[in-house]
Design a protein around this ligand. Structure first.
Ligand SMILES: O=C1C[C@@](O)(C(=O)O)C[C@@H](O)[C@@H]1O
Length: 261
């Protein structure tokens, strides 16, 4: 069981379990993308060498969505990660990803990856087919794999109350961590995202939260994670998986400077 690899030693690698417990400083997650296993392994090796806390495989960028091919690639990635935890994310086209997938295929793929014990956590889109999402949640829970529930709005930023309502509804659904990414159009939108994040971190502590405002305007929100209570933030190495991600080497010192721990 991937989740069972968590151990509380202080020098143990950070795991997604730490994120689900909101433990310690803000975690930095670096996404990797590759169409072939060779590209993916190169990206994973570069990511492991750069030293993020967690690596996210954006599976929607891989050449195949067949469980066997994906499992083989996942094993190759894990081999080069040297114990660094892996977050498995299939971002659907509806939420800014590269592929469309049917609900049955979504469940089959995630169930296979969870059963293989290769990943620490999986991302489940809150707005994807509800029965499929719930099936993945149940499989993950049974295997001790953490689930990050996610919701992306590439068009706009809901107001702070609407964001809190969305994130608390996601908590009630049973996700271990809830994540929202929005598109700001003015500084007020960025402030709304930060406001909602702090409301979640202070008044709705049932689960940790991860938030970001995307695009250039939103870059501040990626740096502000330690101040407002986002338990993790995404940084890029080479290629961004969403607009506005900062290079890992730039973001790390800023997070350390702003850290409240
Ligand atoms: O959900 C997220 C957050 C993200 O969209 C970002 O804006 O950094 C990047 C994605 O790879 C990840 O799955």
């Amino acid at each position: 069981m991937a989740g069972a690899s968590w151990a509380p030693e202080t020098d143990a690698p950070v795991t997604l379990r730490d994120v689900t417990l909101g433990r310690g400083p803000v975690k930095v997650i670096v996404p990797i993308v590759g169409e072939t296993t060779a590209e993916l392994v190169d990206a994973a090796a570069a990511a492991a060498a750069a030293g993020p806390d967690i690596v996210e495989w954006r599976v929607d960028g891989f050449g195949s969505a067949q469980p066997d091919a994906v499992l083989a690639a996942a094993a190759a990635v894990v081999d080069v990660l040297g114990g660094r935890p892996l977050l498995f994310t299939f971002r659907t086209a509806a939420e800014g990803g590269a592929r469309v997938i049917a609900p049955e295929a979504y469940v089959a793929l995630h169930a296979a990856v969870i059963a293989a014990g290769l990943v620490e956590a999986v991302d489940v889109e809150h707005r994807f087919d509800v029965a499929a999402g719930d099936a993945v949640l149940a499989a993950a829970r049974a295997a001790g794999v953490a689930v990050i529930g996610s919701a992306h709005d590439f068009a706009a930023t809901p107001d702070a109350d609407a964001l809190v309502a969305l994130l608390t509804a996601m908590q009630h659904r049973g996700f271990d961590v809830v994540k929202a990414a929005v598109m700001p159009h003015d500084p007020g939108d960025v402030l709304a995202l930060l406001d909602a994040t702090w409301t979640m971190a202070s008044a709705h502590r049932a689960t940790p939260v991860i938030t970001m405002a995307m695009g250039e305007l939103g870059a501040l929100s990626r740096m502000a994670a330690p101040v407002v209570g986002s338990c993790a933030t995404f940084a890029m190495l080479g290629r961004a998986s969403a607009p506005g991600q900062l290079p890992l080497a730039e973001l790390k010192p800023i997070l350390a400077r702003l850290s409240m721990d």
